[in-house]
Design a protein around this ligand. Structure first.
Ligand SMILES: Nc1ncnc2c1ncn2[C@@H]1O[C@H](COP(=O)(O)OP(=O)(O)OP(=O)(O)O)[C@@H](O)[C@H]1O
Length: 262
């Protein structure tokens, strides 16, 4: 029996063109279980987005195996929802239509059912009452909520999020983190979350993989044990600060290793 939702074993990714042969990912191995929140954290260029794209099925690994529920990932599928930093909503569609768009291949659902489901997921992300407005009438935080609702409406067991709050101001970012905590409890989806932000990773995750660059590897795995009843005050607690220290020290060690010796 495969108890992991996602299993990646010895994943390598080489980008090749006439000018260069570049190993972006080297021997990445990780697992995500059911209802787990897992973050990838690391310096710019360490391959976080590249790895996420492989899980999404948007690109192929050069070698290694990547399985979802025991099945090799070949292409994008309904068992993975994706949210990127840029919300990529369709500007000519209303909020609910953007969400319902993800259901366009659902032949067994009526248009009314699709609309009801879109309304339900907009309510879940805190956009009740804003179903009938266009993206241009929304703030960045609202647009990202619509993008999250669109990813969730297909009820994927795994939600892939690539720096989803990177374009938002600090307060909206904190609100969105708390929104994600409540969505995570309600939907029971697992999440693979890419971020640069150490506080965000510790606050949200059950496990953080710290990556290093050139080539992108997993340098450290940190299991986070904080209360499930999260609120911002947890960020002042001793365990939180200790996890943060552990990650920051790993990132500093990487920077020290990269510094040319005198
Ligand atoms: N299509 C591509 N062709 C060639 N090189 C690529 C391609 N995509 C990514 N790379 C390279 O692979 C490395 C990893 O890129 P990636 O975007 O995955 O890093 P990242 O950790 O997500 O960075 P950031 O945090 O800045 O978004 C980088 O050096 C990048 O230049």
């Amino acid at each position: 029996m495969n108890e992991h939702l996602l299993t990646a074993v010895k994943i390598n990714k080489v980008f090749e063109n006439k000018q260069r042969h570049f190993t972006a990912l080297k021997d990445i191995g990780l697992n995500i279980g059911n209802h787990e929140f897992v973050s990838l954290l690391g310096p710019s260029g360490c391959g976080k987005s590249t790895f996420l794209r492989l899980v999404a099925g948007l690109d192929k690994a050069t070698s290694g195996t990547m399985k979802m529920n025991g099945q090799t990932i070949e292409k994008p599928g309904r068992n993975r929802g994706v949210v990127f930093q840029q919300y990529s909503l369709l500007p000519w569609l209303l909020a609910w239509q953007n969400v319902a768009f993800a259901l366009k291949k659902e032949k067994d659902m009526s248009n009314t059912e699709k609309k009801d489901l879109a309304y339900h997921f907009l309510d879940l992300v805190g956009l009740k009452g804003f179903e009938e407005i266009y993206p241009s009438q929304m703030s960045g935080g609202m647009q990202q909520r619509v993008a999250i609702a669109r990813a969730l409406v297909i009820k994927p067991p795994l939600l892939l999020m690539d720096e989803p709050f990177g374009a938002l101001d600090a307060q909206t970012r904190r609100d969105m983190q708390d929104l994600l905590v409540s969505i995570f409890k309600e939907t029971r989806s697992s999440v693979l979350f890419v971020t640069h932000d150490v506080d965000e990773a510790v606050y949200l995750s059950d496990r953080v993989y710290v990556m290093s660059a050139n080539p992108g590897r997993i340098a450290k795995q940190i299991d986070i044990h904080l209360s499930d009843e999260k609120d911002w005050s947890i960020q002042l607690s001793e365990p939180f600060i200790n996890y943060k220290k552990e990650i920051l020290m790993e990132l500093k060690r990487q920077r020290d290793d990269m510094r040319p010796s005198e």
